[in-house]
Design a protein around this ligand. Sequence first.
Ligand code: NAD
Length: 248
Amino acid sequence: MKLLENKTALVTGAARGIGRSIVLAYAAQGADIAFTDLKVDDDAESLLEELKAMGVKAKAYASDASSFEGSEKLVEEVLNDFGKVDILVNNAGITRDQLLMRMSEQDWDLVIKVNLKSVFNMTKAIQRSMLRQRSGSIINMSSVVGVSGNAGQSNYSASKAGLIGFTKSIAQELGSRSIRCNAIAPGFIETAMTSKLAEDVREEWIKNIPLRRAGKPEDVANVAVFLASDLSSYVTGQVIQVCGGMNT
Ligand code: NAD
């Protein structure tokens, strides 16, 4: 028996990067998949084809997780299409890196809205159906810099740290109904987000990672499978760092 058979997962920001890997790993474990991104573009369409070829039910939705109304509407649509959601992965996120000296109010507001408010929007929208079914696993994509901070990323670090406080609070609020809520804090993972980094910055990061390599999206996806499945049935309110030992 696969780990996620008879489960439906909803993953935000999944056309590319870590979200895409999570969706593929969930489908490989038998889950039906609803995934979002800002647009249903070629990447989303190709992912959809791949998922369908794996024999699971799958649908892509264009949705902005930072919109409160948009998230409510999305969850309503997904529940109509799939009947239930067992696993919510709040993965959508962006960076607007800048030293505080040069950071604009817009860059602060946008990062907080997309990375943190989105998690409130989606969790609030899904909670009623999870409360009714008395089960669910919510996984929030934080970052090691939400735990440790990082110069040049005060907006991003604050959003990812805020998300950890939210995760722990929701774990306490919803635990009595068997709804679990955990965060994953990836380190340096090879995706479009990190490809913007200069080569010397990248080398410096890798030098400080005990496992001496950048992570792959699949490294994060494997932990997301664990947190979604019954293997982690007694794990809630935790932050699992997937960082090659960088934050040790
Ligand atoms: P990515 O940029 O490759 O993919 C993110 C996806 O989210 C994109 O497809 C983008 O279109 C989508 N997206 C952006 N804003 C959205 C919104 N408002 N609504 C819906 N979708 C939206 O990034 P990634 O590296 O795969 O990162 C995924 C998550 O992991 C993010 O939350 C990021 O902060 C976190 N993370 C990444 C790393 C890393 O090293 N790559 C490290 C720590 C944490």
